[in-house]
Design a protein around this ligand. Structure first.
Ligand SMILES: Nc1ncnc2c1ncn2[C@@H]1O[C@H](COP(=O)(O)OP(=O)(O)O)[C@@H](O)[C@H]1O
Ligand SMILES: [Mg+2]
Length: 338
């Protein structure tokens, strides 16, 4: 199911929570929407999932406009939209299988069919034989698995994950993302992954939109955006991810050689990661690079190297060095300049 958003607006009082969002989310992919707290992500999800109506703008599923459906048609359409959340939203009074059965009961499916489907779903999410477990006895990862099974119960064609891994430790996050990727393929779902974690985008998404103050500031394939971020917000997310600002918690923390921070961020992508570009430029131009920090990470199938450096010499020679780097396909960002 392809999702198209055309100039969506949603205000609360005079606060523009979603401020003119247009996006095309292709079918059969995992599409990330990343933004800081308050960027408007959850509001946007409520608009796309038909839980709330936009003040203006349009939502299409394939070629069908869905934001202005009659109430009855909207309820019908919403049945095939699955959602999972950060805090799981399970019924603590029901056990695992009763949680999973819930949406099917609402839809009037008969008991025997529900039983068969629940067993299928438990197996799909790796909880075979755990159906009778009270919710309170499950770990966070297992609770999210129950929530995923419940979201898939009525065969949705779209699955929204709003900060679905934000309450989980890195290892559990990894296993839930693997499960979501597997399910996406199996069921040919369109998955919309809302997050404030660049790790989630890197590990699970094909494409991503960066949301800031209710607007899309950047959007495209994850590998392209990692190699060549254009907005300040995206650069901040990436800096956090690779640990340049010293605050990252991810596995690919950069190695920091020097306490000083460098002026230039160099990004090497794919082929350029294993070529002696710096030493060649040093030899040709006589400049020196002081490497402050560096690291390589895998984004999908592509390796992206990041290096924080200072360049010695006067402005003219620095400029020459930067031009030479750019010519070799290295992306160069100078601190304080976009
Ligand atoms: N129902 C609401 N009433 C008033 N303000 C809201 C409501 N929902 C969201 N907001 C405001 O809209 C902005 C975006 O919120 P939200 O979409 O939850 O952002 P995010 O999910 O990216 O953290 C925030 O400033 C928030 O306080
Ligand atoms: Mg939110």
């Amino acid at each position: 199911m392809q999702i198209t958003l055309d100039n969506l607006q949603r205000s609360y009082g005079n606060l523009h929570a979603v401020h003119g969002v247009s996006l095309s989310i292709p079918s059969n992919t995992i599409y990330g929407i990343i933004g800081k707290s308050g960027a408007g992500k959850s509001t946007l999800v409520r608009l796309i999932s038909l839980l709330e109506s936009p003040d203006s703008g349009e939502v299409y599923f394939d070629d069908v406009r869905v934001d202005n459906l009659t109430k009855r048609a909207m309820i019908e359409r919403r049945r095939r939209v699955g959602m999972i959340f950060q805090n799981f939203n399970l019924f603590s009074s029901r056990n695992a299988e009763e949680n999973i059965a819930y949406p099917m009961e609402i839809n009037g499916i008969d008991k025997d069919a529900i039983k068969v489907r629940v067993d299928e779903l438990l197996k799909l999410v790796g909880l075979e034989g755990r159906g009778k477990a009270p919710i309170s006895t499950l770990s966070g990862g297992q609770m999210q698995r129950v929530a995923i099974a419940r979201a898939l119960a009525c065969n949705p064609d779209i699955l929204f994950c709003d900060e679905a891994t934000s309450a989980l430790d890195p290892q559990t996050t990894h296993s839930i993302l693997s499960l979501l990727k597997e399910i996406q393929k199996k069921m040919s779902l369109t998955v919309v992954m809302i997050t404030h974690q660049m790790e989630v985008v890197r590990d699970a998404c094909d494409q991503v939109a960066v949301l800031n103050d209710g607007k899309v500031v950047e959007q495209g394939f994850v590998t392209d955006i990692f190699a060549n971020p254009s907005s300040e917000v995206t650069k901040e997310f990436l800096a956090h991810l690779v640990g340049v600002d010293g605050s990252a918690s991810s596995d690919d923390k950069m190695v920091q050689w020097s306490k000083k921070t460098g002026t230039y961020t160099l990004r090497f992508r794919g082929d350029t990661t294993d070529q002696p570009i710096l030493s060649r430029i040093t030899r040709d131009l006589g400049v020196e690079f002081n490497i402050r920090a560096g690291g390589v990470q895998k984004v999908g199938d592509v390796e992206i190297g990041t290096m924080i450096v200072d360049i010695s010499g006067d402005e003219a020679i620095k400029k020459k060095a930067i031009d030479a780097l750019k010519k070799q396909g290295v992306l160069v960002e100078e601190e304080g300049k976009a």
